[in-house]
Design a binder for this molecule. Sequence first.
Ligand SMILES: Nc1nc2c(ncn2[C@@H]2O[C@H](COP(=O)(O)OP(=O)(O)OP(=O)(O)O)[C@@H](O)[C@H]2O)c(=O)[nH]1
Ligand SMILES: [Mg+2]
Length: 420
Amino acid sequence: MASVFVDQVKVHLQGGNGGAGVAAFVRARGKPKGKPIGGDGGHGGDAIIRADAGMASLLTYQRNPHHTAGDGAHGKGDHQHGRRGEDLVLPVPRGTLIKDEDGTVLADLVEDGQELVVVRGGRGGRGNASFLSRTRRAPQIAEQGEYGRTRSLTLELKLIADVALVGYPNAGKSTLISRVSAANPKIADYPFTTLEPNLGVVEIDDRQFVMADIPGLIEGAASGKGLGHEFLRHVERARVLVVLLDPSFLQTDGVGTQLDVLTSELDSFSADLARRPRLTAISKGDSPEADEAAALLPDAMVISAMTGEGLTPFLHRVADIVDSAEREAPDRRGFVLHRPVERPITVRREGDAWRVEGLGAERAVAFSDLTIPEAADMAAKRLSKLGIDDLLRRSGAVDGDEVRIGDLFFEFEPDIGEEE
Ligand SMILES: Nc1nc2c(ncn2[C@@H]2O[C@H](COP(=O)(O)OP(=O)(O)OP(=O)(O)O)[C@@H](O)[C@H]2O)c(=O)[nH]1
Ligand SMILES: [Mg+2]
């Protein structure tokens, strides 16, 4: 159980490329131009992030952060459309937050199967059969497939534990979890032995809950001292907190002070955490100082992970509080934000030229062969319709300037295509 706990990774995902449409004709006797029969390219596969109850950590993405969805196949003659590219599905543990590069939370995947399409595959290009119209009987043109986009995202896992053990360094948290569950964290008589949270399933009679052992907290933890701040995020998701106080000579603060410090750190971290049900326990009940501590805090339960003293009633009490917390606040629902992934069209200087960016602009010129007058004409009309001529002119472009869209370089001639 004491596996390495990766809780934040950056992934770089790419949608599949769209397949190209094709320009093809079938020649029928007596019809010199032939009938267009070029099929469309298939769309590229999407990149999808999906919560999966079988996943325990984000470790695999730390080792391997780059993933790409399948490409769409090219269209063929005879009206055959290319096959759609295969979707890329990344399974993540429940409780994973997805953030974009600005830090905006896009989804909080809590339930098994909950998913978010994070990158759409590139669109397949249309074949010339799609351009057939009453005025265009023999279209020579076909579109290219769109490139799959790349997107970098941060995945962040917050533990989903029923109970989190909160206490000073050395309070005996790791010893306790190793005694009551299969978790097997490192234990030592120096502070900050635990650097990463450990999860363990606790079973008592026929009851069961998940306990988290987190690194020790010290005064100022909520504002970043020690290891505290980082790990209080994990505590946030636990339904119940067990505040574990250490009566032994290892601590300079007495149990009363420990309780005050821990309480104020939890409360100042978040209002949400301040309302969390809590149980206070004194650890190391076998130690010579335990009786004195117990007399100071008569409401606290006294336990010893070493001898097992008090553990059975303690675990039942924890299970009771978990049960009632569960009844009051059923599972938190995750959410998925649906927002347009397309960026608006922008123009910027690139050396002496103008670079136009945005999916719409790239789509407008994505023909397989722009030397065909028909294709060039249609591209110019699309650009003008999107307002790109205006945008360029407002940015300061003049006739004859070089304009770049995707891989395409051409001269700015704002009059083309403006009649329609
Ligand atoms: N006598 C006695 N000693 C204990 C008991 N539980 C833990 N200890 C000792 O206390 C010391 C600290 O134990 P840990 O379990 O590593 O403490 P921790 O709270 O996980 O510490 P950090 O990970 O540093 O925050 C070790 O030397 C343990 O052997 C107990 O019930 N009785
Ligand atoms: Mg520990």
